[in-house]
Design a protein around this ligand. Structure first.
Ligand SMILES: Nc1ncnc2c1ncn2[C@@H]1O[C@H](COP(=O)(O)OP(=O)(O)OP(=O)(O)O)[C@@H](O)[C@H]1O
Ligand SMILES: [K+]
Ligand SMILES: [Mg+2]
Length: 679
C-alpha cells in the first residue's frame, strides 16, 4: 500500500467550503450583477429586472414593505450568483496553482545540424525536437522519440511517485510542466503554442470554455416557459383584484411572480453543472466538455479491458509444460531467452519463473539478438538469433506461425491450452522455428470486489462487456468469474471499434478506456472515451476525457459522477417546481382573504396578513437557494439503482419535500415577522 504518498495536485486540498473560496465567491456575487452576465440566465434575469422595478417603485412610493421586497429580491439574485461563484471557486484556485507550474521554462531545441539552442518554451512549434535531462522541466507536450526517463508528473497528476516514459510503445507521451528526474530523452513537440495540455487544463478547471450542454439547454427552455407562463397568471390576478376592488401594488405583483417562477433551479442550475465537472477533476479526470460528463451519466454499455481492469494486470507465469518430448527446463530456457528484452509484465514474469524453477540466470543476449516486441495485432513476441527464431504468444497466433513455415503442431498442445484456459489462465505457446516446444501458463487473478462493482452497474441498468486479446476459453472463464454481462475475445482494435458501433446502433451510449494509438479510433467513436494520461498523444486527442491516474477502473467512477450530476439536476428541478406550486396555494388565499372571506377555508396556513404572507414567501424563496447550495455542489447522495427506480424515489422525496417545505418555511417566517412586530 502506498497510502499517504498521494498528494493530490489537480484535485487540490481545498474543501468544498474553503474560506478563501468563500470570500472570493462573495466578491464575485456582486461582480456578476453585470446585466451582461445576468441575461445569460433568463429566470434570474426576470428577478433582476423585477428588483429594478421594485426599487423604482420604492423610491417613488416609499414604504417599508416595498423596501424589504426590493432588498430580498436583490439578495435572491446575489444568492444565485453566489451559488455559481462557489462552484467556480475551487476550479479557479486550481487554475492559479497550475499557472504557477507553467513557469517560464526554457527549452533546449535541437537544430538540424544536431547542436542545441536555448529558446523560450512558448516559442516551440509542433515538430520541434527538444532535449531534456535530469532536473529539466519538460517545456511542452510531446512524444519521446529517443531514450527513456523517469518523470515526476506530480505537478499535473498530484501523484508523487515517478513514472517511466520511453520512446516507442504506449508510454511515450510527456506533458509540458512535468520534470525529468533521470536520464536523457529527445522529445518531438506535439502541441502548438498556447494549446498545451496544461493550457487546456487551466481553461477547463477554470470553466473558461464552459458551454451549456444540450440537456442544460433543454432544461433552460423549460424553465423559461415556466417563467413566461406565470406572467399572465400574475397579471390576471391584478385583474381579479381590480374586480374585487382591492387593487394590488406593482411591488406585490413582482414579488408574487418571483415566488411562482422556478427561481430555485434557475439559481442553482449552472452551479450543479460546474460542480459536476469539478467532481470529475476531484477524481483526477479531466473532461474535455460538460457534454462528456453528461454522457457518462447516460451510458448504457461499458467496455472494459480484461487485463488490468478486471484482473490485476500482472499476469504471472506459473508453469512450464513441455510438449512433444521437450523437457520443461529446455522450454523454460527458450521461453526465457525470448523474454529477456520483453518489458511486458508477462515477459518479465517468465524470466523470473525460469530463474526460480530451474535456476537459469545467465544472460544469453548477444549482438545477434534481435528482439521482436509484442503487439496486440500479432499477439506474439520473440527473438531472432541468426537462423533461430523463437516466438511465444497466443495459441492461435503461434500455431499459425508454425504452420505457415510448414511445421506441425502436436495435438497435445490443444489439450494443454484448453485445460489452462478453462481455469481462467492464459496459455502462451512457445515455438522455435518449425517446432512447438510447449506452453507457459500465465495466471491471471480477478480483482476482489470487482464482481460486486459489476452487480452495482447492472442495478443501474448498465451492461458491462469485457474486451480481451485472450482466447475465448480464458475469456469465458474470467468473464463468468468476474460476472460481466458479455465478453469479446481475441479482440483487435478494429473489432473493438465495430463493437462500439453495434452497441450505439440502438441509440445507446458507450463508454470505454484506452491508452494505445490503436485505441484512438475506438476512443473517438465512443460517447465517453477515457484516455489514460500515460497513453499516447493520439489516444488522448481522440478521447473526450483524460484520466490523470491512468487507472483502468476509473471508468466506473466516471459513470457514477455523471449519474450523480443528472440525478442532482433532476432532483432539484423537481423540488423547485413542486416548491413553486406549493407557494401558489400558500399565498394566494392569504392575499384575497380581505376581498373574498369565503377563501378562509383555503387559508390553511393562517398567515398573519396578506403583507406578511407575501414577505414570508419571498424571503423563503431567497433562503431556499442558500439552503440548497451545499446539495447542488456536493450532489445528491447516490446509491446504485435502476434509472427508473431512482427517478421514482427522487420524485417522491424532492417532489413531496418540495410541496411540504414551503408551507413550513413560510409559516415560520410569518410567525417571526409577526412576533418581532415588524407587521
Ligand atoms: N508479452 C507477450 N508476449 C507474447 N504474447 C503475449 C504477451 N502478452 C500477451 N500475449 C498474448 O497475446 C494475447 C493478447 O494480449 P493483449 O494484451 O492484446 O490482450 P489482453 O492482455 O488479454 O487484454 P487487454 O486488452 O485487457 O490487455 C494474450 O492473450 C497472450 O496470449
Ligand atoms: K420561485
Ligand atoms: Mg494486454
Amino acid at each position: 500500500m502506498t497510502a499517504g504518498v498521494r498528494t493530490k495536485g489537480v484535485a487540490g486540498s481545498k474543501s468544498l467550503f474553503d474560506r478563501d473560496i468563500f470570500t472570493a465567491a462573495i466578491k464575485s456575487s456582486f461582480v456578476k450583477l453585470d446585466p451582461r452576465v445576468q441575461v445569460r440566465n433568463p429566470v434570474m434575469f426576470v428577478v433582476y429586472l423585477g428588483t429594478i422595478v421594485t426599487l423604482i417603485a420604492s423610491i417613488i412610493h416609499t414604504s417599508l414593505f416595498s423596501w424589504i421586497v426590493t432588498v430580498v429580491l436583490a439578495f435572491t439574485v446575489l444568492f444565485a450568483n453566489f451559488a455559481e461563484a462557489m462552484a467556480e471557486g475551487r476550479g479557479k484556485a486550481q487554475a492559479d496553482t497550475l499557472r504557477k507550474t507553467r513557469t517560464e521554462t526554457e527549452a533546449r531545441r535541437l537544430t538540424p545540424d544536431g547542436s542545441e539552442e536555448v529558446v523560450p518554451a512558448n516559442q516551440l512549434q509542433t515538430g520541434d525536437l527538444v532535449v531534456c535531462e535530469a532536473s529539466d522541466i519538460i517545456p511542452s507536450d510531446g512524444e519521446i522519440v529517443e531514450g527513456v526517463a523517469s518523470v515526476d508528473e506530480s505537478a499535473i497528476t498530484g501523484e508523487s511517485a515517478p513514472v517511466i516514459r520511453e520512446a516507442g510503445g504506449d508510454r511515450s507521451s510527456v506533458t509540458g510542466g512535468t520534470q525529468v528526474l533521470s536520464d536523457r530523452i529527445v522529445i518531438k513537440i506535439t502541441a502548438t503554442p498556447g494549446n498545451s495540455f496544461l493550457d487546456r487544463m487551466i481553461s477547463l478547471v477554470e470553466g473558461a470554455d464552459r458551454q451549456k450542454t444540450p440537456n442544460e439547454i433543454a432544461l433552460s427552455i423549460l424553465l423559461i416557459a415556466l417563467t413566461v407562463i406565470f406572467v399572465p397568471v400574475v397579471v390576471s390576478l391584478e385583474y381579479f383584484a381590480h374586480f374585487a376592488h382591492t387593487g394590488i401594488a406593482i411591488v406585490t405583483l413582482v414579488a408574487l411572480l418571483v415566488c411562482l417562477i422556478p427561481t430555485t433551479i434557475g439559481a442553482l442550475l449552472s452551479a450543479i453543472g460546474i460542480a459536476g465537472m469539478d467532481r470529475m477533476v476531484q477524481k483526477n479526470v479531466l473532461a474535455m466538455s460538460g457534454r462528456a460528463v453528461e454522457a457518462a451519466g447516460d451510458v448504457s454499455t461499458l467496455l472494459l479491458d480484461k487485463t488490468g481492469t478486471i484482473t490485476f494486470g500482472n499476469r504471472m507465469a506459473s508453469r512450464f509444460v513441455g510438449v512433444g518430448g521437450t523437457p520443461s527446463d529446455e522450454l523454460a530456457r527458450v521461453a526465457r531467452l525470448a523474454s529477456l528484452a520483453d518489458e511486458t509484465p508477462e515477459g518479465r514474469s517468465i524470466v523470473v519463473l525460469a530463474k526460480n524453477e530451474y535456476g537459469i540466470r545467465d544472460n544469453e543476449a548477444t549482438t545477434d539478438y534481435e528482439f521482436v516486441p509484442f503487439s496486440a495485432t500479432t499477439r506474439m513476441s520473440g527473438v531472432n538469433i541468426n537462423d533461430v527464431q523463437i516466438r511465444k504468444g497466443a495459441t492461435e497466433a503461434v500455431k499459425r506461425w508454425v504452420l505457415d513455415q510448414g511445421g506441425e503442431v502436436p495435438s497435445e498442445v490443444d489439450d494443454i491450452t484448453k485445460e489452462i484456459a478453462n481455469a481462467g489462465s492464459t496459455p502462451l505457446v512457445v515455438a522455435q522455428n518449425k517446432k512447438v516446444l510447449g506452453v507457459v501458463e500465465l495466471k491471471d487473478v480477478v480483482k476482489p470486489g470487482i464482481k460486486e462493482r459489476f452487480a452495482e452497474l447492472r442495478k443501474m441498468g448498465i451492461r458491462t462487456v469485457m474486451i480481451t486479446g485472450d482466447n475465448p476459453l480464458t475469456a469465458a472463464a474470467i468473464a463468468s468469474e468476474a460476472g460481466v454481462d458479455d465478453y469479446l475475445a481475441e479482440a483487435t482494435p478494429e473489432r473493438k471499434l465495430e463493437l462500439i458501433k453495434e452497441e450505439q446502433e440502438g441509440g445507446k451510449l458507450v463508454a470505454m478506456t484506452g491508452d494505445g494509438t490503436n485505441d484512438a479510433p475506438a476512443l473517438a467513436q465512443a460517447d465517453v472515451g477515457v484516455a489514460m494520461n500515460s497513453g499516447t498523444v493520439a489516444a488522448k486527442e481522440a478521447g473526450n476525457m483524460v484520466d490523470l491516474d491512468s487507472s483502468p477502473t476509473k471508468l466506473i467512477e466516471i459513470v457514477e459522477v455523471g449519474k450523480q450530476l443528472l440525478i442532482t439536476r433532476g432532483a432539484l428541478t423537481t423540488f423547485s417546481i413542486a416548491n413553486d406550486l406549493a407557494k401558489y396555494f400558500a399565498i394566494i388565499p392569504a392575499l384575497f382573504l380581505a376581498a373574498y372571506p369565503q377563501l378562509k377555508v383555503l387559508n390553511i396556513m393562517h398567515l398573519h396578513s396578506p403583507i406578511t404572507a407575501i414577505l414570508s414567501a419571498v424571503i423563503f424563496n431567497a433562503l431556499i437557494i442558500i439552503v440548497l447550495i451545499p446539495l447542488a455542489l456536493r450532489g445528491v447522495k447516490f446509491r446504485p439503482a435502476a434509472a427508473g427506480e431512482i427517478i421514482r424515489r427522487n420524485v417522491f422525496i424532492y417532489g413531496v419535500g418540495g410541496v411540504i417545505l414551503p408551507f413550513i418555511g413560510i409559516k415560520l417566517i410569518d410567525i417571526i415577522l409577526t412576533v418581532t412586530r415588524l407587521y
